[in-house]
Design a protein around this ligand. Structure first.
Ligand code: PLP
Length: 381
């Protein structure tokens, strides 16, 4: 039996989602069609819209379904700045997901003012630094709610309070927070929020942008009037229905799953510390942080070498960084936290899910110390 500890990359499809998907794969399902088949698709789509809205404490009319969080982030950043007009700029942080950071850089290359705010050694961005980075041209601030590599949580509500009444939109990428931390758009005070289904046990290739009523965005796609004219193209109804089921389960289980995963992460961390005295934890030393994420560095071992050996031993984990042409790039998150490129290559990310068991954690604790010894022997040889 394989052990899967890479839920921040993607989660296994939940059985309830699988069943719901099958229900909508096969029959014709164009929600824009006027006949009975169209009405069934429309009903499925609208049920899912209500479930996804509930997950974030919003209303259904504020949900725009997209092909995933990458598209939702692009729509938020590009759409908000296009609607704000030429010269409108943005502020973000150095530890954002590539779909935010690369989009922000592309907008800057097109002449839009961009400030990238640094983070501290634990991966946290400070609200005062974000607020200080705001320039007269700033029309959008975008901050990931929880970092998928090290688990740091951004002070989104504090930034929202400072932005109130200044005509600056606040977007948050809540992909890694959804289902793991309480999520409420009113408490956060945001205007735009991105989600992805596949991190919640839904299918890949579907996500959503929550858009506060009254917020103006320019659509990135030209075509039909779907999704309140914000996302042209026939909706992927089966995937969206599956997303709705995953969102409902994530909302109802978040508190219990969060507490359980947090306890298992602590067990894993304490166990590793007992067996490998020089292991270091990357990320916040205390909450607020993601309850399911443990990022560690073991001196003398690259994250990649341990990841490969764990994979052979039946445990799937990640280094939390992109592999380019077979060579692991140092993590931009660990680099932003002040690690040099060698230390940034040492990070190993274990991310748990609602199905992770105590036995899974014990198995990792059994195998990892021997794999560390193996890497160190190899390095010494
Ligand atoms: C924080 C964050 N934002 C955005 C994305 C992109 O999501 P999707 O795969 O749905 O495009 C991911 C997924 O890796 C993510 O972790």
């Amino acid at each position: 039996m394989r052990i899967y500890l890479d839920h921040n990359a993607t989660a296994p499809l939940r059985p309830e989602v699988h069943a719901a998907l099958l229900d909508f794969l096969g029959p014709p399902a164009n929600p824009s069609s006027a006949h009975r088949e169209g009405a069934r698709a429309r009903a499925g789509l609208e049920t899912a819209r209500a479930e996804v809205a509930s997950l974030v404490g919003g209303v259904p009319a504020e949900i725009v379904f997209t092909s995933g969080a990458t598209e939702a982030n692009n729509l938020a950043l590009r759409g908000a700045l296009a609607a704000a007009g030429p010269g409108a700029g943005l502020v973000t942080s150095a530890v954002e997901h590539a779909s935010v950071l690369e989009t922000a850089r592309a907008l800057a290359a097109d002449g839009r003012p961009l400030t990238i705010v640094p983070v501290d050694a634990e991966g946290r961005v400070a609200a005062r630094d974000v607020i200080a980075a705001i320039a007269p041209a700033t029309r959008l601030v975008t901050l990931g709610l929880a970092n998928g590599e090290v688990g740091a949580v951004a002070p989104v509500a504090e930034v929202a309070a400072a932005l109130r009444g200044r005509g600056i939109l606040l977007h948050t990428d809540a992909v890694q927070a959804a289902g793991r931390l309480p999520l409420d758009v009113s408490a956060l005070g945001v205007d735009l929020l991105s989600l992805s289904a596949h991190k919640l046990g839904g299918p890949g290739g579907v996500g959503a942008l929550w858009v506060r009523r009254g917020v103006r965005l320019r659509s990135e796609l030209t075509g039909g009037p779907q999704e309140r004219q914000l996302r042209a193209g026939t909706e992927n109804v089966a995937a969206i229905v599956g997303f709705g089921v995953a969102a409902r389960l994530a909302r109802s289980e978040q508190l219990e799953a969060g507490a359980r995963m947090s306890a298992l992460v602590e067990r894993l961390w304490m166990g590793l510390r007992a067996r490998l005295p020089d292991v270091m934890r990357n990320g916040p030393a205390a909450p607020p942080r993601l309850p399911n994420t443990l990022n560690v560095s073991v001196p003398g071992c690259t994250g990649e070498s341990l990841m490969v050996l764990l994979d052979l031993a039946g445990v799937a984990v990640s280094v939390g960084s992109a592999c380019v042409a077979g060579a692991a790039e140092p993590s931009h998150v660990l680099r932003a936290m002040g690690r040099d490129s060698e230390a940034a290559r040492a990070g190993l990310r274990l991310s748990l899910g609602p199905t992770t068991s105590t036995a899974d954690v014990e198995r990792v604790l059994d195998v990892l110390p021997e794999l560390v010894a193996q890497v160190r022997r190899g390095a010494a040889a």
